[in-house]
Design a protein around this ligand. Structure first.
Ligand SMILES: [Ca+2]
Ligand SMILES: [Ca+2]
Ligand SMILES: [Ca+2]
Length: 134
């Protein structure tokens, strides 16, 4: 149960935020991608973080993120919806699952949104801005 929740919170980071309430959580998680802890998240750090995420999300280790990685009871309702939305956004070759390449090269909605000046770095100011709902 606990691991399922962890997976769902990871889904929240990569999928498009559904509500303003998600935004606060998203920035908190975005900050976790700051691997050298300098208060800024570069696009490279964001991609590196995704690599880790993929390994965590691919729970059955078959090399794909799909509904097989979510237990049956969690496929219904909001969790299942989030996963399906994620697959729709990332599944470039439309085989119904996300492989590592699709995931790493997938849309960076959260990052792009936070990176207001588009210089491929989300700095502390931009993080605070998005947290404030700007
Ligand atoms: Ca950094
Ligand atoms: Ca999998
Ligand atoms: Ca695919």
């Amino acid at each position: 149960m606990k691991t399922t929740l962890a997976l769902i919170s990871l889904l929240a980071l990569v999928a498009t935020p559904a509500a303003a309430g998600d935004l606060d959580q998203l920035t908190t998680r975005l900050a976790k991608a700051d691997s050298n802890h300098d208060g800024m998240i570069t696009r490279a750090e964001f991609t590196g973080f995704r690599r880790t995420q993929f390994d965590e999300m691919d729970r059955n280790h078959d090399g794909y993120v799909s509904d097989k990685d979510v237990p049956g009871f969690a496929r219904r309702g909001e969790r299942g919806d989030r996963l399906r939305r994620l697959i729709t956004e990332f599944d470039k070759n439309q085989d119904g699952r996300i492989d590592r390449t699709e995931f790493l090269n997938g849309p960076t909605v959260i990052f792009d949104r936070a990176d207001a000046d588009g210089n491929d770095v989300v700095d502390g100011f931009e993080l605070r801005q998005i947290k404030a709902g700007a």
